[in-house]
Design a protein around this ligand. Sequence first.
Ligand code: HC0
Length: 622
Amino acid sequence: MIQVNLDGASLSVEEGTTVYELIKKEGKDFWLPFEIPQLEFIHHPECPALKIVEVDGRIVPAKMLKGLTVKEGMKINTQSDLVKEKLTERLNWLKENDECYLIRELQEIVAVEGENAGFITLEERAKWEIEPWESLPSIRHNPKICIRCKGCIETCRDVQAVEALTFDEEKGIILADDVKCTRCGQCIHTCPMAKEAGLVTTFKKNFGCELCAYSKPIGALSEIPNLNEVVEALRDPEKFVVVEFAPALRVSIGEEFGLPYGTIAVGKLYAALRKIGFDRIWDTNFAADLTIMEEGTELVLRLVKAGVIDLKDLSLEVDEHALEQVNKALPQFTSCSPGWIKYLETFYPELIPYVSSAKSPQQMFGAIAKTFAAEKLGIDPRKMVVVSIMPCTAKKFESKREEMCDAFNYWKEKGKVSENEKFYDVDYVITTREAAKLFKMFGINLAELPDEGPDPLIGQYTGAATIFGRTGGVMEAALRTAYEIITGKTLPKLEFEDLATLEGIKVASINLNGKEIKVAVAHGLSNARKICEDVKNGGEFASYTFIEFMACPGGCIGGGGQPEPTNIETLQARLAALNKHDHELPIRKSHENPEIKQLYAEFLGHPMSHLAHNLLHTHYVD
Ligand code: HC0
């Protein structure tokens, strides 16, 4: 036995005992010498960076105590002035840097690896005085941790055909052309630390901190966060905070909580959001069904205008205004991916007439929440806060487009709000990763929650809505409805397998009352570009009827706000899970969604009615 001193008490300890074992045995267990309010400081209280002790006058992190054995006369102190001083330093660092201390250590490892691979040296990095850049309101770059591997530049140029990023010898990676940047966030997935997600996961697991609020990505590129605004709104008793979340979320958020890739976690997600304290838990999928009603009807009207089908053969309520408004250009392009829309506006403005005027589900949701739902619930729309959880960084940009204030215009026309009270349809957009962080901040382990459902009114959805989250899904969902409108018959088979793969460009055809129409799907902007060039030059795709475009490879399941790793393995698992979810849902066609029927019956009238046009359709900028 040997004698040691622990927090002032003399103890006899068996030889070979580690300091870690001794502290545990004596019940000291690295308790903090002061309180950290959970919500003011978003670190997990068990953060290993905060587990330090003083051993013989020096600070030793807990992770090292496991290898340190007790020695005769050793003085161990878990609550000394030095511990307090060092903990305060660490806390201040954590607060100021809004980052994980352990991640900082990981960044150093990646930097050294980068240095060994010929990238920037640590010494050079230490000299930088370069300011971070932002592509508002979506993406930011921190040059202090960038190793200048240029992977983001390659992705932006080769995968997305955008070329917004370039390299400057002095400043490193720079945003050379913010107008070109689509805010898709694919650069984030390319950042080496995001790519090393396996390493990150192992790293965090080794320190027992998978549940820490600091979710990935931890690379030089990340989304511009909006979590603080969301937490503030939730704390404000004057606000009525509602939440919507994207189709892709339900098959990816579980990954942040250790669930296997491809887990359908929608029930747990509703439960987690309810625990957080949102006033209504609704779903973007409801609005995806609504999009099909509007975009599908628009397609039918374009076909009528182009003389492909005759209106009198259809059992469709249409007013003259709608027919007048609709553009007759074919093929109709889908409009729901905001990165794609930004790309089109920047690189192919001459093709804007082809794009559906239907707003994306995210934006339709906001407009309906602050009109129909607010009215039904008796909520002042100025007090309603719509939070949207998306797999996408470009959705932050979409929500702040100046034209996205249709609910405000609706109430202004009614004289209920004044010009200077202008509000957006969607107030805050957070990514899948930010949502995971939010749950962790609140100490919620989503994986352990029982399944719950959405709140009534604008939360119900069909299988058609759920496949929006993968490439080919919007097309397939639209065909399920358009086919029935045009032929008056039920589709014999709902799946279009040729559209449900990860091929970059996919084509299919469908017989509508004896006429064969051709449809195509492209995901990843370099694929979109091929089709745009072809249509522009009157090539093969100019003879198509409907083309779906998604900015991100894989569609929204591969969005720039998705968990790491986002790679072929996770994409395939997420895609299969969405298809499985579609198959398992009791209703699989948008026009059969009971809440959608209620919305039209009680509020909108019919698809593309005057009110629907005002609230659910938009225009584009060239
Ligand atoms: Fe998507 Fe959407 S499907 S763009 O990919 O249409 O982000 O998941 O939420 O709005 O619904 C993203 C995903 C959405 C929207 C929907 C569409």
